[in-house]
Design a protein. Structure first.
Lengths: 314, 209
């Protein structure tokens, strides 16, 4: 416990100046984080460790009640006090028994109709989610928190330019794999690898695109569609991505699309930052030169052939 | 009476047949991937990838047959023994293709028992078989084992090498098909039967040698 607390005290000042994605924090967020850190100290004294062992008590904490404090302060909600979302009565210790029935907030409880977070389009996300296979099959129990931990969620994709696409994609896919990777146990024989057997260069695809890019609707105004398809409706058409008008531009690279569609002759240069997609990253100049050379050669042969015929008949 | 020369033994004819088949499928499937576009495909992308990988492996094995065959048989002399002076011989052959042929002049380097290819053919075949084909094979093998190309930039450069080499081989194939109609009768027949039959009007020049 002491070691963990030491780590927090050592690293915490870093969070005052730099977010997890390496972006400078605004003064307001920094101030909030300083405040929340002070206020949350008493909570994390117990909930930041898996074992409380002091003169007055010895308690093994339940895993679900323990938070990674470093992760919390680097998450999108890291500037909040615990009691901003949890009942004020949690401020008492021992906690009142009545709190065991506490209902947790949903995203829309804070973000719905909130002008400050309007840019994130939470209402549209909720509408898309309602149409998704998760809402259909998971029902009321499938809340935002199933994928986006309120204590640990970091939006890597928004900061893909600074953290790198590889990290952003890995973290994004980790959200899906939390549940879907259980198929890797092989008990059903339906491993992810087997289900994607049709996909050439499978591991390369898993590293360079998100599950969402094939398993969700193409988003319109929002960055990421939460209308997740049933597996049978997932994109299984290679050309959807492997062409100049690649689907990836509307999904993975939606907000990283360059104004200039060509750079050094390459189509879709934004994709080249992360990977190279055959068909989507063809080179305009090379294509043009090859067509000209091929055309001139063909024309030369046709002319040569007809002169040969003409001379032969003379 | 035209003279028959046995220039294409069975192993060369088998190699040539498979080389032609693999190259055609690789070109069609390669173009399908490179110019992939919804609803305008020669082959579906999925099939293009499968066929390209399969025929790429086939071409590689077939190339080994050619490479080893040329190492252990006398066929290699047709690729590496050049007329001297080299550039003068090339100029004579180029002159023949661009002017001499239209003036009904005999070919400067007709096929004989000792000579299967003219100087321009030799250098072209040599460049294609010992530079472009190995390049396309090595870059193709690297892309088949994509884990060797962890960096997207390395993948991009490898694919460009693959595409450029593939394009030059396609261009060679086109010119090769056309030039096979020049100079001797039944060039296409020769690569099937193994016997080369020179045109009657080339015999005088050949007999001078």
């Amino acid at each position: 416990m002491r070691r963990k607390a030491g780590i927090i005290f050592f690293f915490f000042p870093v969070f005052f100046f730099v977010s997890s994605a390496g972006q400078p924090l605004s003064d307001r967020i920094r101030k909030n984080k300083e405040q929340s850190y002070e206020d949350n100290l008493s909570c994390f004294r117990c909930h930041g460790t898996d074992r409380i062992d002091n003169d007055s008590q010895k308690i093994v904490m339940k895993k679900k009640n323990v938070l990674d404090t470093l992760l919390y302060y680097s998450s999108v909600h890291g500037s909040f006090r615990c009691l901003d979302c949890h009942a004020e009565e949690y401020g008492q210790y021992p906690h009142p028994v009545s709190l065991s029935d506490e209902t947790f907030l949903s995203c829309l409880d804070c973000h719905g109709g909130n002008k400050k977070t309007a840019a994130y389009h939470f209402e549209q996300i909720a509408e898309a989610f309602d149409k998704s296979v998760h809402a259909e099959k998971g029902g009321e129990d499938f809340t935002c928190w199933k994928c986006h931990s309120p204590h640990a969620y970091v939006n890597y994709m928004r900061n893909a330019d600074s953290v790198g696409f590889a990290v952003a994609i890995r973290e994004d896919n980790a959200m899906c794999l939390k549940c879907h990777d259980t198929m890797h146990d092989g008990s059903s024989g339906n491993t992810l690898a087997r289900m994607h057997k049709w996909l050439p260069n499978q591991s390369l695809h898993f590293l360079h695109v998100r599950c969402l890019d094939c398993h969700a609707e193409v988003p319109d105004t929002i960055r990421v569609s939460h209308h997740i398809f049933p597996a049978a409706m997932a994109v299984r058409n290679c050309v959807a991505c492997h062409q100049v008008n690649s689907r990836l531009l509307e999904t993975l690279y939606k907000y990283h699309r360059s104004l200039h569609r060509q750079q050094k002759g390459f189509y879709n240069p934004e994709i080249l930052k992360n990977s190279y997609v055959i068909g989507a990253n063809r080179n305009y100049l090379l294509n043009l030169i090859s067509v000209i050379i091929f055309g001139v050669a063909l024309l030369g042969m046709v002319v040569h052939f007809f002169i040969r015929i003409f001379v032969k008949r003379k | 009476m035209a003279e028959k020369v046995y220039h294409y033994p069975l192993w060369i004819r088998i190699w040539h047949l498979f080389n032609a088949l693999f190259c055609l499928v690789l070109i069609v499937s390669g173009v399908s991937m490179q110019y992939a576009s919804q609803g305008k495909m020669l082959l579906s992308f999925e099939w293009a990838v499968r066929l390209h990988n399969l025929c790429g492996a086939g071409l590689t094995l077939n190339y080994l047959l050619f490479f080893v065959g040329n190492l252990v048989t006398s066929n290699r002399r047709h690729y590496f023994h050049y007329e001297r002076p080299f550039f003068a011989a090339l100029r004579r052959q180029i002159y023949y293709y661009t002017k001499g042929i239209f003036r009904k002049e005999p070919p400067p380097f007709p096929v004989t028992r000792q000579r299967k290819f003219n100087p321009l053919q030799k250098i072209t075949y040599c460049i294609v078989m010992y530079i472009f084909v190995p390049l396309v094979i090595i870059s193709g093998v690297l892309m088949l084992n994509i884990s060797l190309l962890a960096n997207p930039r390395a993948l991009l450069i490898t694919d460009i090498v693959h595409i450029v080499a593939g394009f030059l081989i396609s261009l060679f194939l086109l010119v090769h098909l056309y030039f096979s109609t020049i100079g001797a009768r039944h060039n296409y027949h020769a690569i099937v039967t193994g016997f080369h039959e020179e045109d009657d009007n080339n015999l005088d020049e050949k007999n001078k040698e």
